[in-house]
Design a protein around this ligand. Structure first.
Ligand SMILES: Nc1ncnc2c1ncn2[C@@H]1O[C@H](COP(=O)(O)OP(=O)(O)OP(=O)(O)O)[C@@H](O)[C@H]1O
Ligand SMILES: [Mg+2]
Length: 445
C-alpha cells in the first residue's frame, strides 16, 4: 500500500495553515510597491521585443527567405538539395530567416512529401559527441531510440545513421553558429556529417551551416569546405532606415498608440546601424528604453530614455566581457583599475606589472612573466576595456601609459565575482564612483 507523507495530508479546518502568532496573514502587499501598476505604455507582451520571439514578418529579408527556400525546395519533391552556407554579421537575421523558412517548410511536408527538418544551435555544444547525440535525439521517436551519454563515438555515429535511414525522404540539418563548433572541436565532425550520405542506405542528409564569422571556411579541411559550400548566401548588415522598419513593426505590437515619441525609433536605429547594423542591438535598445521609461513612471518613451538605454546596454556588455576573461587577465585588469583609482590618472606599464605581482601574492598565485602580461594588456586593449598610449619619459626612454575605458564601480565587483579574485572583493562605499573615460560623455572613442 502506498504510504502518505505528512506533507500530503490536507489540513482540516481545525488545523490552521498559518501561525496565528505571526503578525497577520500574507496579503501580497509586499510586492505591491515593487510591481508597477498596469502599464500605460504597453499593450502587448514585452516578450515581443525579446530575442526568442519569432515575428510573423521579416522586413528587408524577403530576398534571403526566397533564396533559402529555393535551395531547400527540392527536399519537398524527395530530391536531395545542395548543402548551404549562410553568412552574415551578428544580428542580420540569419537565424530568424531560417526559422521562418523552417515553419513554411514544415507546413508543406505531408505523407506524400515526407521530409525532416532538424535545427541545432552549436553555440552551446562543445564536443563532436554531444553534437551527434543532439542530432540523434532530435530524430528519435520514443525513449528507446534516444542516444545516451557514454557510448563510443563510432556507436553514436552508427545510431545516427540508423535513425537517418529510418526517416523517409530528406533530412535537412541546420547547424546554427557552426563556426563556434569548429573553433571548439575542429572540423572532424563536419567531415563525418558531410560524407554521411555515402554510408546511408535509405536516408539522405542536407547540411545548412550558419556562421557570423565570414572567414570561417578558411579553417576547414578542403574536402569539408567544398562539400559545405555548394550554395552560399550572404546576409548584408541592415542600414538605419531598414532597422527603423523592423523596430516600427515591433513597436506597433508592443506599445500603446502614441506613447513612443518621434525620434525614439530613429535613435535606436541610428545607434544600432553604427554597431554593424545589428537588429538584435536595435531591439534591445527599444526594449530597455521602454523599461527605463516605465520605471521612471513616464507616460511616454522619449529620446532620453534611449540614451540611458544605450549606456545600460554598454555597461551590460562590458560586465559580460569582463566575466569571461581568463583568470590572470582578470587580475591584471583589477591591478590596472586599482592603480588608476589611486592615481586618478593614467598608469605606467611598470607600475601595473608591480601591482599585478602584488595582487598575485595576495591571492596565492604564481605571477606570469611580464611578456605574457603584455599580451594580456594588448587583449584588454583590443576588447576596448583600456587604452595604452606611448609616453616619453625624457632620459628614462619611452613607456606606455594606460587609461581605463570602463566604469570602475561596476567592473571591480564583476571581477571579484570570480572565486579566484573573491578575496579582493570590498564593500561598496558611497564615494567609489570615480569618473573614468567610460563615464565621461566627451571621451574620444
Ligand atoms: N528583418 C527582420 N525583421 C524583424 N526582426 C528581425 C529581422 N532581422 C532580425 N530580426 C530580429 O533581430 C534579432 C536578431 O536576429 P537573428 O537572431 O536572426 O540574427 P543572426 O543573424 O542569427 O545573429 P547571430 O549571428 O548573432 O546569431 C532577433 O530577435 C530577430 O527576430
Ligand atoms: Mg543566429
Amino acid at each position: 500500500m502506498e504510504s502518505i507523507a505528512p506533507a500530503d495530508i490536507v489540513p482540516t479546518p481545525s488545523t490552521p495553515r498559518t501561525n496565528p502568532e505571526l503578525s497577520g496573514a500574507p496579503t501580497g502587499e509586499l510586492f505591491d510597491s515593487m510591481l508597477p501598476p498596469r502599464s500605460e505604455l504597453y499593450k502587448g507582451s514585452r516578450e515581443i521585443l525579446r530575442e526568442a520571439y519569432v515575428p510573423a514578418r521579416l522586413p528587408h529579408r524577403e530576398n534571403q527567405i526566397r533564396q533559402v527556400a529555393e535551395v531547400l525546395a527540392p527536399a519537398l519533391r524527395g530530391e536531395l538539395p545542395s548543402n548551404l552556407l549562410i553568412y552574415g554579421k551578428i544580428g542580420t537575421g540569419k537565424t530568424a530567416v531560417v526559422q521562418q523558412v523552417r515553419l513554411e517548410f514544415l507546413r508543406r511536408v505531408g505523407k506524400e512529401r515526407p521530409a525532416t527538418f532538424v535545427n541545432v544551435n552549436c553555440g552551446n555544444i562543445d564536443t563532436p559527441y554531444s553534437l551527434l547525440q543532439t542530432i540523434g535525439n532530435s530524430l528519435a521517436e520514443g525513449e528507446a531510440q534516444r542516444v545516451p551519454t557514454g557510448w563510443a563515438l563510432d556507436r553514436v555515429q552508427g545510431a545516427l545513421q540508423a535513425l537517418l535511414d529510418s526517416k523517409p525522404g530528406v533530412c535537412i540539418l541546420v547547424l546554427d553558429e557552426i563556426d563556434r563548433l569548429v573553433a571548439r572541436s575542429g572540423d572532424g565532425v563536419l567531415y563525418t556529417l558531410s560524407q554521411i550520405n555515402t554510408q546511408l542506405e535509405g536516408g539522405r542528409l542536407c547540411l545548412v551551416g550558419i556562421s557570423n564569422d565570414l572567414k570561417f571556411t578558411q579553417h576547414l579541411d578542403a574536402r569539408v569546405r567544398s562539400r559545405l559550400n555548394e550554395e552560399k548566401i550572404l546576409f548584408p548588415p541592415y542600414d538605419a532606415p531598414q532597422l527603423q522598419d523592423i523596430l516600427r513593426d515591433r513597436a506597433k505590437e508592443v506599445f500603446r498608440d502614441g506613447v513612443v515619441d518621434a525620434g525614439v525609433i530613429e535613435r535606436c536605429a541610428a545607434y544600432a546601424a553604427l554597431e554593424n547594423g545589428d537588429a538584435r542591438r536595435a531591439l534591445a535598445l527599444l526594449r530597455l528604453a521602454g523599461e527605463i521609461a516605465e520605471r521612471e513612471r513616464a507616460r511616454r518613451i522619449a529620446s532620453d530614455h534611449v540614451v540611458k538605454a544605450k549606456s545600460r546596454l554598454e555597461l551590460d556588455i562590458i560586465v559580460e566581457c569582463v566575466r569571461t576573461l581568463p583568470p590572470h587577465c582578470k587580475v591584471l585588469l583589477y591591478a590596472i583599475l586599482q592603480s588608476y583609482e589611486r592615481r586618478r590618472s593614467g598608469v605606467l606599464t611598470g607600475e601595473v606589472y608591480e601591482a599585478y605581482c602584488k595582487l598575485c601574492q595576495r591571492l596565492g598565485l604564481q605571477p606570469l612573466h611580464a611578456r605574457s602580461i603584455s599580451n594580456y594588456l594588448s587583449e584588454l586593449e583590443t576588447l576596448g576595456l583600456v587604452r595604452a598610449g606611448i609616453v616619453s619619459r625624457g632620459r628614462g626612454g619611452r613607456t606606455r601609459e594606460i587609461v581605463v575605458d570602463v566604469p570602475i564601480a561596476e567592473t571591480m565587483p564583476a571581477l571579484a565575482e570570480d572565486a579566484l579574485l573573491a578575496p579582493l572583493a570590498r564593500p561598496r562605499g558611497p564615494n567609489q564612483t570615480l569618473l573614468t573615460n567610460f563615464d565621461n560623455p566627451n571621451r574620444s572613442s
